[in-house]
Design a protein around this ligand. Structure first.
Ligand code: PMP
Length: 437
């Protein structure tokens, strides 16, 4: 039964598992944006494999691509050896890359996003001969020891002791709950980046790399302001450091732009991609400028780097996202989602902020009775958890993240319809009302 599945998991699996704690459902069936549990209850999936399922569950083009590969007897794993399916994936991806990376190089790192971030840092260190990395407060880049060092969340790394050395964090200019208080966050953060990278008195040795998410995801859905991206780009160039854009979550249309870094003219030297580009199967790559090649032959290896089924699913997904106009669609329904959440939130002071880009959207829950020194109400993680549970009861799966896990996050498949978006908004409104007592 449903409860037995949950109970057996609780007994057998490590307590490090995270999602089932907040979302106690055992899923057995999935189509499009809808998943069903063992008892037949349907849920709109606004988690979508943490953003990996751009086309939702079992999209016909993905299913067909996987079937075709199996029917053709394609080898499932060839390590780095070329295959027609691998070639098709690379061609498909390069056709849609930002202009400045189209004559670049791709490295398969897989299977997880964290693997690709690790490779990007390795490349930057090898190419520059330096070791330092600058990252940002609130950043999320993975759960390996190297990527955790880059994470801008103290609580997850403190229990581990020393991680990657020479990592420094700078404030990310969030527009809500800004680390600069009431000052202009964009200007202040830009000045700090410039100072850290180029001023002798910053005391920070010139780093190998600066790594940033063009829209912070797990950190609570914070879009990078264009003016800040520009400052980061200029300062990185002046310091001859490698600029790495982590588009593991934002990449391939989610933000209403094909690449979120392109939307703010970040022009990264390295683009880190995973999640959506595998069509829901594990795949992770970096693409870097051709001029940036520090690798010795064999310098980066691994067994699972580009499984045939993931490459087939990924190539089909990239083609479909572009040819079906899903980037524009994500922008349109994303605006509908944001507008809907704003309308529901109007008059309810417990929703402090609604923000995002495209279908990467968040609503920050606050306790209006307690304000910080800047007069901003404090985050309310307990309420966000309550909203998440109430939405689950109403048939919508959402994620939480950000400061104190107080941000309810919406990451639905890009194919979500306007009618489905309206159901998500209604469920959020109903959950807010239900959690008034
Ligand atoms: N970078 C970003 C921006 C992410 O959002 C994530 C995953 N949420 C990762 C890296 C790590 O990816 P993975 O979980 O596949 O290791």
């Amino acid at each position: 039964t449903h409860d037995e599945l949950l109970e057996r998991q609780r007994l057998r699996e490590s307590s490090a598992r995270s999602y089932p704690r907040r979302l106690p459902v055992a899923l057995v069936d999935a189509r499009g944006c809808t998943v069903r549990d063992r008892q037949g209850n349907a849920y709109l999936d606004c988690l979508a494999g943490a953003g990996a399922l751009a086309l939702g569950h079992h999209h016909p083009v993905v299913v067909q691509a996987i079937r075709d590969a199996l029917d053709a007897g394609a080898p499932l794993s060839t390590l780095d050896l070329p295959t027609p399916i691998r070639d098709r994936f690379v061609t498909q991806l390069f056709d849609v890359l930002p202009e400045h990376l189209r004559d670049g190089r791709i490295l398969f790192c897989g299977p997880s996003g964290a693997d690709a971030v690790e490779a990007a840092i390795k490349l930057a260190r090898t190419a520059t001969g330096r070791s330092g990395v600058l990252a940002f407060g609130g950043a999320y880049h993975g759960m390996t020891q190297g990527t955790l060092a880059l994470t801008g969340r103290r609580s997850v790394k403190e229990p581990l002791g020393s991680l990657l050395p020479d990592v420094h964090h700078l404030p990310f200019p969030t527009m809500y709950r800004s680390p600069f208080g009431l000052e202009d966050a964009r200007g202040a953060a830009a000045r700090l980046v410039e100072w850290a990278l180029t001023d002798d008195l910053s005391g920070i040795p010139a780093p190998a790399a600066v790594i940033a998410e063009p829209v912070q995801g797990e950190g609570g859905v914070h879009p990078m302001p264009a003016a800040f991206a520009d400052a980061v780009r200029r300062a990185t160039r002046a310091a001859e450091a490698v600029l790495i854009a982590d588009e593991v979550q934002t990449g391939l249309g989610r933000t209403g732009e094909l690449w979120a870094s392109q939307a703010v003219d970040m022009e990264p030297d390295v683009l880190v991609l995973s999640k959506a580009i595998g069509g829901g199967l594990p795949l992770a790559v970096i693409v870097h400028r051709g001029t940036l090649d520090g690798w010795q032959p064999g310098a980066h290896a691994g067994t699972f780097r580009g499984s045939t089924l993931a490459l087939a699913a990924g190539a089909a997904t990239i083609k479909e996202v572009v040819s079906a106009g899903l980037v524009e669609h994500a922008r349109d329904v994303g605006r509908r989602l944001t507008d809907g959440l704003l309308a529901v939130a109007a008059g309810d002071p417990r929703v402090g902020d609604v923000r995002g880009r495209g279908l990467m959207t968040g609503a920050e829950l606050v306790d209006p009775s307690v304000v910080d020194a800047d007069g901003v109400p404090v985050p309310d993680g307990w309420l966000a958890g309550r909203i998440q549970r109430e939405m689950l009861r109403r048939g919508v799966i959402v994620e939480v993240g950000g400061t104190h896990d107080a941000v309810v996050r919406f990451l639905p498949p890009l194919v979500i319809t306007a009618a489905e978006v309206d159901r998500v908004v209604d469920a959020f409104g109903a959950a807010l009302r239900a959690s008034r007592d």
